[in-house]
Ligand binder design. Structure first.
Ligand SMILES: [Zn+2]
Length: 326
């Protein structure tokens, strides 16, 4: 074991495969990003991942060596065994793939696998908006709505690492179908695709909105970002779409807050930005529906680590796990 260990963090995303070399304090020393090309299948993706890990490991500063690799993936994980159970949003077959074992064999480094939102939670807890929190709820809003919990100053992974799925609380009985199979989950009403779909629906129904002009002839141009832009210039339909989505996330978070009573709620991901209509509606809804917790003492904070949270969290988790196993 090196005196000053470094770690490689990997963030396997649907679009990009990101890797970073991170020192023992969580500082990012070097990084790489490449297209995931998931359609080539897991063998090809893991081979490219291993090459990237070896390249970064060779960049470790003199006197330091890479002690372990952490790999964040967007889906279900068997954390104890480093096995990817299922990645529903990645093309190629990712069922029961022993990612940890394969990366260890190809790199010679201990490798640990973690869900990407748990990695985001580790990063925000150790170095970001939830640092020093005794109890925290971390939420990432993007294609889906994932989350993680901090209790007693530590991540609460839960059975199989599945704790913190804030987005899969049912907020509308018999509501729209969710990717998980339920109906009416917050994710089906408040995620990026849900916001875009609601904007598109209103354009198709002939509402008077600037979205029609902004999108031109292409309904696919109606993204959460475009809706936010229209809302910022006062478009009533765009504002309503964002406030509706924020309301449903707020209902889910009101439930979470009542169960967990956190010091802080951290929200990140591309869709949720502090001060936006979505955020304002979400926070107002949580406050309006919280009667059994000291809601005035709960801070709502924007995530701090942004784009790098995934790689940093995966690396920090590898650091924790490898020090436990020693
Ligand atoms: Zn769901």
């Amino acid at each position: 074991v090196s005196e000053s260990p470094c770690y490689v963090g990997v963030d396997l995303g649907g679009t990009n495969l990101k890797l970073a070399l991170i020192d023992g304090d969580g500082k990012l020393l070097d990084h790489r990003s490449m297209p995931t090309l998931g359609a080539e299948g897991h063998d090809a993706v893991l081979r490219r991942m291993a090459v990237g890990i070896r390249e970064l490991a060779a960049m470790a500063p003199s006197g330091a060596t890479v002690a372990a690799v952490g790999i964040g993936v967007p889906g279900m994980v068997d954390m104890e065994n480093g096995v990817v159970v299922e990645l529903p949003n990645l093309p190629g077959h990712w069922r029961q793939v022993p990612v940890g074992e394969r990366i260890e064999a190809e790199t010679g480094l201990p490798a640990f696998v973690i869900n990407d939102v748990q990695a985001f939670t580790v990063a925000e807890h150790e170095l970001g908006a939830a640092r020093n929190a005794e109890t925290a709820v971390c939420v990432a809003v993007g294609t889906g709505i994932g989350g993680g919990l901090v209790t007693h100053g530590r991540i609460h992974y839960g059975l199989g690492g599945a704790a913190g799925e804030v987005g899969h609380q049912i907020v509308v009985a018999d509501g729209p179908t969710c990717s998980c199979g339920n109906r009416g989950c917050a994710e089906a009403l408040a995620s990026g695709p849900a916001i875009a779909a609601e904007g598109i629906r209103r354009v198709l129904q002939g509402f008077t909105t600037d979205l029609t002009r902004l999108a031109g002839d292409d309904l696919r141009a109606i993204t959460p970002e475009l809706i936010e832009r229209a809302a910022a210039s006062g478009d009533a339909v765009a504002i309503e779409v964002l406030e509706r989505a924020g309301y449903y996330l707020g209902l889910a978070l009101a439930g979470t807050v009542a169960v967990v009573a956190p010091d802080v709620v951290v929200i990140g991901g591309g869709v949720a930005r502090a001060g936006g209509r979505y955020w304002q509606s979400m926070e107002a809804t949580v406050r309006a529906h919280s009667h059994v917790t000291a809601i005035d003492r709960i801070a709502f904070k924007e995530a701090e680590l942004g784009y790098d949270a995934g790689v940093i969290g995966a690396a920090r988790w590898a650091a924790q796990r490898s020090s436990v196993d020693r």
